[in-house]
Ligand binder design. Structure first.
Ligand SMILES: Cc1cc2nc3c(=O)[nH]c(=O)nc-3n(C[C@H](O)[C@H](O)[C@H](O)COP(=O)(O)OP(=O)(O)OC[C@H]3O[C@@H](n4cnc5c(N)ncnc54)[C@H](O)[C@@H]3O)c2cc1C
Length: 411
């Protein structure tokens, strides 16, 4: 016999916890089901991981950052602790160690059902009228098909399994990708004395600080994170890389040029691999040019922020010249590992049994966070759900409020 719970939140990361907080604030009883422990996604990131956004951007409802290092960047364990304490203060029951293996719609009256969902867990089946899916914006690292053919003697590690330089087999390392994660991992490998080659993807970059402000504060002031999905060049642009930067060691510049200065060898995109030979596109110059176009975009945002605030635009040092000669073939003898950091994709369809749930990019089809094909099924924490900041620590709270309000008004 199924347990009846009117409203269920699946996932106790920042998105699920914020939703729970906001549901309670509106008097909506519910239960939060969490596969492992609250905030555990952050613990799964590499050892030296820190936030890229400054601590003051942690503005979850009822869980703002209250420490004395507003401009600093919490380590992964500190963020997880922050979320675990948040979970402990919530008015609702949070059930850790309760993965939802399958979510099935019961069908509406037309199908002979009376709506709602069945959620299969290890502790039995739950029947709910409303389910909020808050299982993460970054669910599974993308694995490039071009790696098929790599010699099995070379370890392949992705962003979810990489821990630290000592954890990789000895030898040089090929890092595939050049978003924030790829840059941070390549930097720490280079600092640990590894020979690092980076097969670069496209990513914008900017300085960590300009005058009195952090990069994030400039972008927030320019309302960059308010951008909705319809303001992007294409639906696929939602997968575009974030601005390259690091919060490690108090925060610092980290981009193609700082990596090159550390001895990281930059190359074009990875085109294919055969045994111990990697084939690389001759497109490094275009990649750097695309990064610099992103730099100019952020420079424009800084100017926009200044215009809004009536302050003079600071002097922005232009990009320095970067040599873009790169090999198109790389001999992988002497390489111990390939680190794949090419972004993430969703895995909703692996366990939610609703045809047509997501679009071609894997994002849920929704109206104000509620599925357009499965009424009563809500999503929170999806990248670009409403805005660019929808999945971030300073954006998910507003989405949680909107979704809780929508659910409360339908009760
Ligand atoms: C490398 C990296 C760096 C980031 N840095 C920042 C940053 O500096 N600032 C920022 O604001 N954002 C950052 N983000 C983005 C975002 O804040 C994080 O991805 C954050 O973890 C998303 O929170 P979430 O609650 O949506 O998902 P998660 O934190 O992934 O939480 C989802 C929870 O759902 C649980 N779950 C999943 N499936 C099930 C299931 N079937 N049943 C039950 N439970 C389930 C998981 O165990 C997990 O606890 C970063 C993301 C990445 C990948």
């Amino acid at each position: 016999m199924a347990e009846e719970i009117d409203v269920v939140v699946v996932g106790a990361g920042q998105a699920g916890l914020a939703t729970s907080h906001e549901l309670t604030a509106r008097g909506v009883e519910h239960v939060v089901l969490e596969a492992t422990t609250p905030g555990s996604s952050w613990l799964g990131r590499w050892d030296s991981f820190t936030l890229v956004g400054p601590n003051h951007t942690v503005t979850l409802p009822g869980a703002h950052y209250r420490g004395d290092d507003l401009g600093g960047f919490m380590a992964r364990t500190e963020i997880a602790d922050h979320l675990q304490r948040y979970a402990g203060r919530l008015g609702a029951e949070v059930r850790p160690g309760t993965p939802v293996h399958r979510l099935t719609p019961l069908g509406d009256a037309a199908d002979g059902g009376d709506g709602g969902y069945l959620l299969d867990t290890d502790d039995g089946t739950i029947r709910s009228r409303v389910a909020v899916i808050a299982t993460g914006a970054y669910q599974q690292p993308l694995k490039p098909a071009v790696l098929v053919g790599l010699s099995p003697d070379i370890a392949v590690v992705d962003v979810a399994t990489y821990r630290n330089p000592a954890g990789l087999p000895e030898g040089a390392v090929l890092v595939v990708g050049s978003g924030q994660s790829a840059c941070q991992i390549a930097e720490e490998l280079a600092l640990a004395g590894r020979d690092v080659v980076m097969a670069c993807g496209r990513a914008p970059w900017f300085y960590r600080r300009l005058e009195d402000r952090d990069l994030f504060d400039w972008l927030i002031a320019a309302e960059f994170y308010e951008q909705g999905p319809d303001q992007l060049a294409s639906p696929a642009a939602r997968h575009g890389a974030n601005v390259q930067a690091s919060g490690a060691r108090g925060g610092h510049d980290l981009h193609y040029r700082t990596l090159a200065a550390l001895g990281v060898r930059l190359t074009g995109h990875l085109a294919g691999v055969a045994g111990r030979t990697a084939y690389l596109e001759p497109d490094l110059a275009q990649t750097i040019a695309a990064g610099d176009a992103g730099f100019r975009l952020v420079s424009g945002a800084v100017a926009q922020a200044c215009a809004r605030e009536g302050r003079p635009v600071p002097e922005i040092p232009p990009p320095t010249v970067l040599v873009t000669d790169a090999p198109t073939e790389l001999d992988l003898h002497g390489f111990g590992a390939v680190v794949v950091a090419c972004g993430f994709r969703s895995r909703y369809t692996e366990w939610i049994d609703v045809p047509g749930l997501v679009d071609a990019q894997g994002f849920p089809l929704h109206d104000d966070g509620e599925s357009t094909v499965a009424p009563g099924l809500h999503f929170v924490g999806v990248h670009f759900l409403r805005r660019r900041r929808s999945s971030l620590l300073f954006g998910v709270g507003d989405d949680a409020t909107a979704t809780a309000t929508r659910i409360a008004s339908a009760v």
